[in-house]
Write a protein that binds this ligand. Structure first.
Ligand code: ADP
Length: 480
């Protein structure tokens, strides 16, 4: 038995940085496994082999995968970095542009789930833990229990399922069930059925040995109807197996003193260089250079992110001497509204619509404040990355934002940002004003706040330990 020894862990994710990324899931999948491997565990990561991935890979093995009445070929490739990354490829599902939002996503990710389990004996890796993430991988937890349970190779595997965002659940017509080659019995409300649909996320929550989400606050919130996205009843039912662990970030990938993506490196002793990043950013974004406060926003543009609050009060915000720099892509509604605002305030606002990892870092480094007024936020990495770059977050206190950001006016000793609770445009506006006021009137205090941000530790150290504890709990559970 592995009592608190080293473990063999398979980490499964639909996106992994630097190979493919749309949001925070990729950052976590690109960094947590490394932290676990640094602790001496045998960790391997597997993701789909999207066409856009350009890293050199070597062929490992191919094999047939049953998909209902069809058989498809799965090709496993590998790239050796600090640990093995496997890519599940096929002729049918991943050799096309984009990551999500194809008409056959159900089939694509069903294939991915089936392939991940079929791959294990072929690559001769028998993990103690399969760690699944978000809806794309939920059915793996079901397959372990419903299809592979009697096969000895698999019988010792425990599953941990992490919810990074409960909003995206992967609901598909019931016919999807047959792609997994499990009996139709799983299609009931106690298992994977959700209002007549097959719900991928529910398959993870129902069947995983242990479930967690990416902050303790969000773990509590999702057990209420307000944040539960229709699954709060099930989450309450599994409440004793539901944990919260706040995400860390990679302190190597995100490091202002070595980051090659920013204009000029800096640290706590060379804060003048942070200012050079500001001027260079202003110039690149077509704004007049100056010392007025610059507020940044880097985000998926979706209803979750509280952008409506900004839009509602934008004319008042723009009355202040400040600049606002936005980088984001997503909902065309928000894309066009922010483009419109930029056109109205060309001297004060700059909006780059698109995904751009290099520009994102320049914004984290070059801005004074970072705006994240989310409606809900499971963990949020934007506020953590900005702290790492000495940029002060202005956030709505929800989920992981509530757990990581302490309001400076409420707690001068520990405050590291500005926050508000009620989801209202007025609250947002007042909070921005509080931040501006400190910046403009008390530069010495502002500098102290920046230095405090730069000395906070949000690396994986602590949270990776907590994941190890979860893995041990999952293993114990299986033994009893
Ligand atoms: P979510 O996972 O909900 O998208 P997080 O705050 O957890 O939100 O993580 C977002 C991650 O994606 C951060 O690393 C952020 O810098 C990055 N990101 C979001 N939008 C963009 C964009 N348009 N261009 C580059 N990076 C982006």
């Amino acid at each position: 038995m592995h009592h608190k020894g080293k473990l063999k862990i398979l980490y499964v994710s639909a996106e992994v940085s630097p190979f493919a990324k749309t949001g925070g899931l990729a950052d976590v999948a690109g960094s947590l496994p490394k932290a676990l491997a640094a602790g001496g565990n045998d960790v391997r990561v597997v993701m789909p082999g999207y066409k856009a991935i350009k890293s050199p890979m070597k062929y490992v093995v191919d094999f047939p995968v049953k998909m209902g009445d069809n058989v498809k070929t799965c090709i496993i490739r590998e790239t050796e970095a600090s640990l093995p990354f496997y890519f599940v490829d096929s002729y049918d599902y991943f050799d096309r542009d984009g990551i999500y939002c194809h008409f056959d996503d159900a089939e694509r990710f069903a294939f991915f789930c089936n392939s991940v389990l079929e791959m294990l004996p072929k690559i001769n890796f028998q993990p103690d833990i399969i760690h699944c993430n978000d809806w794309h991988t939920g059915p793996i937890c079901m397959l372990i229990k419903e299809r592979y349970n009697n096969i000895s190779f698999y019988s010792g595997i425990s599953s941990v399922y992490t919810i990074h965002n409960l909003e995206y659940q992967g609901n598909f017509p019931r016919e999807v069930t047959s792609l997994f080659n499990v009996g139709g019995e799983v299609f009931i409300p106690d298992k994977v059925e959700y209002y007549g649909m097959f719900n991928f996320m529910k398959a993870g929550i129902v069947y995983a040995d242990i479930i967690n989400t990416v902050s303790s606050s969000y773990a509590k919130e999702i057990q209420t109807p307000q944040y539960g996205e229709g699954l709060d009843g099930l989450l309450r039912k599994r409440g004793k197996d539901l944990y919260g662990i706040v995400n860390g970030i990679s302190y190597e990938d995100f490091n202002p003193s070595t980051d090659k993506r920013i204009y000029k490196n800096y640290d706590i002793k060379s804060l003048e260089a942070k200012k050079e990043n500001k001027y260079a950013l202003q110039e690149e974004m077509g704004l007049p250079a100056g010392d007025m406060p610059v507020i940044g926003l880097v985000s998926r543009l979706s209803g979750q992110k509280g952008l409506d609050l900004i839009i509602e009060r934008i004319d008042d915000i723009m009355k202040h001497d400040l600049q606002f720099i936005l980088l984001g892509t997503g909902d065309p509604y928000y894309e066009s509204i922010f483009t419109g605002i930029k056109n109205r305030y060309p001297e004060k606002m700059s909006a780059f619509i698109g995904f751009n990892a290099v520009l994102a870092q320049k914004i984290y480094a070059g801005c004074d404040m970072f705006l994240m007024p989310s409606r809900f936020e499971p963990c949020g990495l934007g506020q953590i990355i900005s702290l790492r770059y000495g940029t002060i977050p202005i956030v709505r206190s929800t989920g992981g934002l509530a757990e990581t950001i302490i309001d400076y006016d409420e707690d001068r000793e520990n405050g590291n940002g500005f926050s508000f609770t009620e989801f209202s445009p007025d609250e947002l506006y007042i909070t921005i004003e509080r931040a501006l006021s400190l910046y403009n009137r008390k530069p010495e205090e502002w500098k102290m706040l920046v230095e405090r941000a730069l000395t906070r530790d949000f690396s994986w150290n602590r949270s990776a330990e907590k994941y190890m504890e979860l893995y041990y709990i999952a293993i114990e559970k299986k033994l009893v």
